[in-house]
Each structure stands twice: as C-alpha cells, then as structure tokens.
Design a protein around this ligand. Structure first.
Ligand code: BGC
Length: 779
C-alpha cells in the first residue's frame, strides 16, 4: 500500500520519496513486518537481512547531534560523541532568520552523515503556552507562524543533505508536568490554528521524513493511539508521506498505536510485538495497518541507505563553529540601551572579528575600565538539560572572549553560585569589584540567569523568577554603581525585577550554544550589531500570562481555557502591559520604514516596504507584518504575525523588502464547516519592528472562499439577516411587523431562532420553512 498524496496540500517534495513497490514489500514475512514496527535497541531500527535492509540509527537532536555509541538513554544522562552545539531553538527563534535556521540544519546534517546517522530527532516545535514549560528552551515561540517558518527552513536544511528529521512532539505537548499521562483539552479551532498550525506548515512545505508523536493525550486519547491526529489530520488532511515514530516510551499498546497510524515504536520493546500480534489475532488491528507501518519503515531505511552511502566522514569543525557563532550573534536580543552599549574597545585591545563577523568594529576610542561579574560569564548556560544535551568539542565563555577581544585581563568575580543561596563572601567580593570599577569610571557587566537544574526536560519550572541570590547581588551592586549592563541566560522568559529594567543596558542572550561567549563579546563591543527579536513575550508577572489559570491542570487533565489567546494574542486582547512585547529587539543603529504597499491577489497578499538605516552603523533589520480583520464574523486576536523578513543595511542605505503572505496564512479554522476558510473582508496589515511598534498600516480587500451556507430553521433572525441574499427576502416581511420601528425589539428578535417564531406575528411552521427555502434559493 502506498500513502496517497491525493489530499496533499503541497506535495512538492513528494518526488523525493522512495516508495517501495507492493511486490518489494510483499517479500517481507509476517514476522519481519511486525519486527520492523519496533526498534532493535535504544537508537537503532531492525534490520531485515533477507531483504538487504540494514539497521539504521536515529539520534537526538535538535540543536546538535547526540550520538551515543555506548549506553543509550533519553534523559541526557550518558555521554555522546563530540558534536557542534548550535543555539537551542530558543536562540535560533530569536534570530527570526530562515537563512540561519537553514544553515544550522545543513551543518547538523553534515555531522549526522559523517556519523552515519539517518534521522536527527528534531526540530521540537510545540508552542510556548506558558513560560513555565521546562522544555521551552527546545521550542521556538509562542507564535505558530514564526515557529512554522523557521522549522521549515531547518527541516529543508537537514533534508537537503539526505538526512531525515523528526518533527516533534505531535501534538499539544506544552508542559512537562505529568507529560506521560496528561490529556490536553483544547477546543477545535484553537487546536488547528495554534497547536497544529506550525506542524501543518512544516509537513505541507517540507515533508519531514518522520513525525514524532508526543507522550501526552489529546482530548482523552494518547497521541500515540490517536487516529484523529495520526491519520485524519496528518495524512488525510495534510498529505504526510513519511513515518510516524513514537516518542521514547510513549506507546502503551503497539496494536492500538499501529491501528491509529503509528508506524514505529521506539525504543525496543518486546511487549509491543506481543501487543501487535494480539491485536492482529483478535481483529482490532488490520493487516493493512501493519503493512502500511512496515512499508514506511522500509521506505525510510532504503531512502537513508541510498543517501548515506557516499557520506563524507570528515566534517569542517571550524566552519561549523562559525555557523554556531553567527547564529548566536543573531540570537542576542538587546532589550534596552540608554547608549551605554556598545562598549569601547580599550586602547591597544581588539582582535580581528574573523570570518563570519557581521560587525562594525569601531576604532579604539580609549580605555573603559570593565568588570565582569556573575558565574555564567565563566561557566556558561549554553543549552538545556535532557535528551537534547550535546557534548561540544569546544566551548567559549564570555569572560575569555571579552579578555581576548579587549586584550586585557578584565577582572572577574563569581558573585553567586547557581542553584545555591546567596553567599556573603562571593557577593562581598563582587560588590567590592563593582565599587572599584565605578570609582575608576568603569562599567560592570553582570551575567545573571537560570541554572540548569531549573530548566529541563521532564519537569516544569515552579515560577518565572530569577534566583533570589542573583537579584540580591544586582541590588547590592546598584548601591555602588548605576553603570551596569545586565546579560541574561535563560531558556524561556523570566520576570525582570525593577533592578534589571532600571539598568542602562540589558541583553537577553537566551541559550547560545558553544560559541555563545564569543557572540556576547562581539555584541558588547559592537563587533556585531544586535538584531535578535523576542519570539516570546516577557510579561511583567506570571499571573498576567493568558494560560496562568489553566496551567498545568490537575488529575491528568489540562484545559486550554485561554483558547486562541496564547502569548501576545492574549496580552493584546486584554491590553495588558508587558515588560517587553513579542517581536521586540533593539539595535545599535536605527531603522525607518516607508512606502508600505500591500496588494491582494489570488495567492495571498504581497507586502512591500522600504527599510532605511538612519543610524551610524551597519545592521540587520527584522521587519514584521501582522494581519487583522476588522468586523470579522469569528473571534480573532487583535493582530497575528503573518509575515516577516530581514535586510542588512549599511548606514544611510535603503532597500525594498518584500514579504509574501500566502493565502493559506489568511485562513481560519471554521468549526461550522470543519475546514480552513478565508473570510471575505477588509484586511489590515500592520508593519513594524515588534507586535507593539507598528508604525505603518495598509488595508486591502480580500475575496474569501466561505462555503455557501445552507440556512435552516435553527438559525437566528440576526444570523439570517446578516446574509445579503436573505435581506431581500426577509426585509419586506419584517417591515410589515409592528416591531419594525422599535430598535430594542429588533435586537431581541435578532437573537431568536427562526423555529421559535412560530405563532408570533401570524407566522406558522410552514411559512417559516418557505422563508428558509426562499433564502436558500436566493443564495
Ligand atoms: C524526548 C524526545 C527525544 C527522545 C529520544 C524523549 O524523552 O521527549 O524529544 O527525542 O527522548 O531521546
């Protein structure tokens, strides 16, 4: 059986798939087919020697390779082969750069090829519903558009090299609390528009070789046994042509799972084979489902073997470090700056920015005494804990990089020990250093953040606070100097106390991978101009976040009560003040936007805007386009990100930027029609540099594709009267009624279903039906 691509929304890449013919598959024995639906061990699939199918290896992912040659585990406990550690998704997302995501994907694939790894288990694209999700560092954004675009670029980057990806965790895996059992209860529209939307984008545009189902249940059914997710949505609606693999240990019963659409249970589990055999015997599993699963595993193996047969064993270690460095530079978000940044390079200091430097190094402008304070400067937080942990061959620290860039032994004090209470000795030393630096007219660079024990796969954060010992240290330092630049390392939003937001310079550096130290130094000294933007809102308080009252649920059930209003959609709908809005990010230069033009065509909207660098330094501008529909017939967020692009400009230079908004990105999920619909109406496109800095607006008319409704007697008078075709039929009738002149009465009547008008104003059931028929005929 081949998987039909008839319903594929975009099967552009389908010609790359290797579909074994029916006769090839029929050569597999019944036992071989069953064996293929499960792993051979922790990281390998089964071989079938009679069919010359070797055992292939899959490996985490997503921000570097975690190939375990000895004992395997999925919790990041045992070591893996050295591999470049790129910025985790939290950092990659802050670049807002498809080009960067693709470059990282290509480099990871080269490493996978050199290690004979067939599939990289990533990217992870679940939506950041709450800042508390322990795995947010592995996910991109609170927004499905940004997530989908960057993940598509990453998947294309990896797969171009003949290595597969595993789009995970499908689906609605937005918390770690009770992750193996919890059922996510999400309304239909929110499910499609928010939680499945980015999966749809990546599946339809990039056809990942595999999709990994999540641990949790959705609507009461485990994702691994969920026919709605694994078959109806993924295959029938989106035309997915690849294989569905389970998350490690997500399968409770392989028979039920294969029947629902799962193809491969990982890791090895002999009980799974028994379950599948039992299902076949008792008729709850069709042989066709086993044929499908085994066929897709065979297809994956053949495709991979073909692609890996000529793989190089050498990789360009330095080149990949440079890719990681450029990604890290682009990921850093300048939250605020009163002019304290960039710092001057002390006289006599200054290294060559080197290959890949996007910076604009100043000439040396004289010494600025500096002090580096905070443990993270010397022992960086550069990735999260759990199955994604990479073992990098080298690791740069901010302290070393600052010393090497400035050519001076910049003094350092640890200030605190991550995960520990305030230490009077460490704090005292740091405050003394800050005082001496202030007396010499210098600047303190203070590195704060979350420890690895706080953010991890497997459990959620308890709060969104910076550790108290660090806040205490900052407050003590601020008693002796105001010249403090705060640099934050964390995998998801933290609450920023007043002492942080009052600092003259604040950089959110997220988690930056192995080259983060150099990237931080380059940005501090203006060798690179910061261009990262927030992929998640930084709220003022946890209590303000839209999911607050509904996270993480109880009794293994979590109700997504905020509905569509996740992240900025919720903050904007309520007008809630935030610390920094979604999309925010400053630069050392200034940009201006002009000449906005939006045209509406059959394929979507075309946005053009002129970007001018009005400042003194070269830099990259990230331009964002948000769409809203005035007077929409359905509940909508105030505005939604639907397009973005970037352009790098020299001082004074201008360039026209084009942003395409494909028609499918204008769709909403109609619960009435059970399908995606573009609504007819006036669409506003707001363009700017963050969700709350949108200086330009243009409006266009869009002709929708709403299915012609079939009116029946359960419709209200108001609903029927809203149809232009109905007005001509019904208006004369209502004009004769005494209510015609009474606006209150009209409002009341508008709420009444037609079938409740029987007996009123001389109407009976037959007349009402005639009216309904007349309305339907008029449409
Ligand atoms: C994680 C997956 C990972 C797998 C294999 C699981 O615990 O949820 O993301 O790919 O382990 O390590």
């Amino acid at each position: 059986m081949t998987i039909s691509s008839e319903n594929s929304e975009n099967s552009e890449n389908s010609e790359n798939s290797v579909n074994p013919t029916a006769s090839e598959r029929s050569r597999l024995t019944a036992d071989e087919k069953i064996a293929l639906t499960g792993g051979r061990d922790f990281w390998h699939l089964h071989e079938v020697p009679s069919q010359e199918l070797p055992s292939i290896m899959v490996t985490d992912g997503p921000h570097g390779l975690r190939k375990q040659s000895s004992e395997g585990d999925h919790l990041g406990l045992n070591d893996s082969e050295p591999a470049t550690c790129f910025p985790p998704a939290v950092g990659l997302a802050a670049t807002w750069s498809r080009e960067t995501a693709a470059a990282v994907g290509r480099a990871i694939a080269e490493e996978a090829r050199s290690q004979q790894v067939s599939v990289v288990l990533g990217p992870g694209i679940n939506i950041k519903r709450s800042p508390l999700c322990g795995r947010n560092f592995e996910y991109f954004s609170e927004d499905p558009h940004l997530t989908g675009e960057l993940a598509t670029a990453y998947v294309d980057g990896v797969q171009e090299q003949g290595v597969g990806t595993s789009l995970k965790h499908f689906a609605v895996n937005n918390q770690e609390t009770d992750r193996l059992r919890v059922s996510a209860e999400v309304d239909e529209r929110t499910l499609h528009e928010i939680y499945l939307r980015s999966f749809r984008t990546v599946v339809t545009r990039a056809q990942p070789w595999t999709v990994m189902c999540s641990y949790n249940a959705v609507g009461g059914t485990l994702a691994s046994e969920n026919p709605f997710l694994l078959t109806e949505v993924l295959r029938d609606q989106w035309g997915f042509e690849g294989l569905v693999v389970s998350d490690w240990g997500a399968v409770a019963d392989r028979g039920r799972a294969v029947a629902a659409g799962l193809d491969l249970q990982m890791p090895a589990d002999p009980a799974g084979e028994e379950d599948l055999r039992a299902g076949l015997e008792n008729g709850t599993v069709d042989q066709a489902a086993v044929d499908r699963a085994a066929g897709l595993v065979e297809q994956l193996i053949r495709r991979s073997v073909e692609n890996l047969s000529e793989a190089e064993t050498e990789i360009d270690v330095e080149g990949h470090h440079q890719v990681a460095l450029e990604a890290a530079r682009r990921a850093i978000v300048l939250l605020q700056n009163d002019g304290i940044l960039p710092l001057d390079v002390p006289a006599g200091g200054g290294k060559d920015p080197g290959a890949g430097g996007s910076g604009t190094g100043d000439a040396c402008t004289g010494p600025t005494p500096l002090a580096v304070i905070g443990d993270f400067a010397a022992t960086p937080r550069y990735q999260g804990a759990g199955s994604s942990r990479v073992n990098p061959p080298r690791l740069t620290t901010a302290l070393d990089s600052i010393r090497s860039l400035t050519g001076t032994e910049v003094p350092f004090a640890r200030g605190f020990e991550p995960g520990k209470d305030a230490d009077a000795g460490l704090q005292g030393e740091a405050v003394d250093l800050a005082r001496r630096t202030a007396e010499a007219g210098g600047t303190v660079l203070l590195f704060l953040g979350l420890g690895e024990d706080v953010e991890s796969e497997g459990y959620d954060r308890e709060d969104m606070e910076l550790p108290a010992a660090q806040v205490e240290l900052l407050e003590a330092i601020r008693q002796v100097t105001g010249r403090v630049v705060v640099l934050l390392s964390n995998g998801s939003a933290v609450r920023l106390p007043a002492a942080v937001t009052a600092a003259p310079g604040v950089l959110e550096t997220w988690l930056l991978g192995q080259a983060g130290g150099e990237a931080v130094a380059d940005v501090l000294f203006g060798r690179a101009n910061p261009s990262g933007h927030l992929a998640e809102t930084i709220p003022l308080r946890l209590e303000d976040t839209p999911s607050y009252l509904h996270f993480p649920g109880d009794h293994s059930r979590v109700r997504y009560g905020e509905g569509l209003f996740v992240g900025y959609r919720g903050f904007d709908a309520l007008g809630t003040e935030v610390a920094y809005p979604f999309g925010h990010g400053l630069s050392y230069t200034t940009f201006e936007l002009g000449d906005l033009a939006v045209t509406s065509g059959a394929d979507g909207l075309d946005v053009t805007v002129t970007v001018t660098n009005t400042g003194e330094r070269a830099g990259r501008a990230v331009v964002q386009a948000y769409v809203s529909v005035e007077g929409s017939t359905v509940t909508r967020a105030l505005r939604e990100l639907k397009g973005f692009g970037d352009v790098t400009l020299e001082p004074g230079a201008s360039e026209q930027l084009s942003i395409r908004i494909p028609r499918e990105d204008l769709q909403f999920w109609s619960v009435v029609d059970g399908t995606w619909v573009v609504e007819t109406g006036t669409y506003a496109v707001d363009v700017g540099f963050s969700s709350r800095d949108l200086p330009l607006r243009a409006e266009v008319e869009v002709l929708g594709d709403e299915p012609t409704p079939v009116v029946d007697t359960t419709w209200t008078v108001g609903e029927v009267m809203a149809l232009p075709a109905a007005q001509a039929v019904l208006a004369p009738l209502f004009a004769q009624m005494p209510i015609a002149e009474d606006p209150e009465m009209q409002k009341m009547i508008a709420q009444m279903p037609l079938n409740r008008l029987s007996g009123l104003g001389g109407l009976d059931r037959a007349m009402i039906q005639q009216l309904v028929d007349a309305v339907n005929a008029a449409m």
